[in-house]
Design a protein around this ligand. Structure first.
Ligand SMILES: [Zn+2]
Ligand SMILES: [Zn+2]
Length: 253
């Protein structure tokens, strides 16, 4: 199994996950043209995808999904709540996610789980090829017991480190937005991400990626320092996925 990010942050998110010839895109917060351009960096086109999975209806995750689906006849997986809120027009093929029920796309097993975030029915995912487990968790306001259970014993983890609380407070956002971002249905701070890591078993973890890092309210160094402090830096590499270029392929051996 391997995975890469096309870009991560409040201006657009998309992640590619691949296992034994099955390839899926998780979220597409970029226009179709931009998604094509970013996929081309990995020598891929949307026609190489087997499906698109959507975590929730916020535009930084869904903006390009419908157009991509129609143009390339791609099946799109989303919860009923996300479907109700999505405004991008018709999808070529719709597949419904029950966020408590695992499903399979080709060689990839997908375990969705519900998360607290200010969307209608948001979910996040754990992917497995039967050997390795990759967790994806962004756009989460608080940590739940259910989430901790789903994310236990991962081999790789893409984890939201949205903001540094002090930078958010001192930053340019209006008070209401600061409250939303820092609230129970907003986004994880660096410190919340670190505390989550301390509450799951990480002895199998090979790769840890800080994601959805705010360009205004955080710095990658702060996020990485927080994560390193939580898991012990020397064991494995910790990377940051950024907005302009995401993150290159990471192979799970
Ligand atoms: Zn987002
Ligand atoms: Zn969101």
């Amino acid at each position: 199994m391997r995975f890469a990010s096309l870009g991560s942050g409040s201006k657009g998110n998309a992640t590619v996950v691949e296992a034994d010839g099955t390839r899926v895109l998780i979220d597409c917060g970029f226009s179709r043209a931009e998604a094509e351009k970013r996929l081309a960096r990995f020598s891929l086109t949307p026609a190489d995808l087997d499906a698109v999975l959507v975590t929730h209806e916020h535009s930084d995750h869904i903006a390009g999904v419908a157009r991509l689906s129609r143009h390339y006849d791609l099946p799109v997986w989303m919860t009923a709540g996300t479907e109700a809120m999505h405004k991008g027009g018709e999808l070529a093929q719709l597949r419904r996610i029950n966020s408590h029920r695992a499903f399979r796309i080709g060689k990839l097993q997908v375990q969705p789980f519900p998360v607290p975030h200010d969307a209608r029915e948001p979910c996040q995912f754990v992917f497995s090829d039967g050997r390795r487990r990759l967790g994806l968790l962004t756009d989460v306001g608080s940590i739940t017991a259910h989430m901790l259970q789903a994310l236990d014993q991962l081999d790789a983890f893409i984890l939201e480190c949205n903001h540094d609380p002090a930078m958010l407070q001192a930053g340019p956002y209006p008070p209401q937005l600061k409250q939303r971002v820092g609230g129970a249905y907003g986004h994880l701070s660096n410190q919340q991400a670190a505390s989550l890591l301390k509450r799951i078993r990480t002895d199998r973890l090979q790769h840890l990626i800080a994601a959805h890092i705010s360009e205004k309210n955080n710095r990658a160094e702060l996020a990485l320092a927080c994560l390193a402090d939580a898991v012990g830096e020397s064991r494995f590499g910790i990377l940051a996925a950024d907005q302009p270029s995401g993150m290159p392929w990471i192979d799970l051996d």
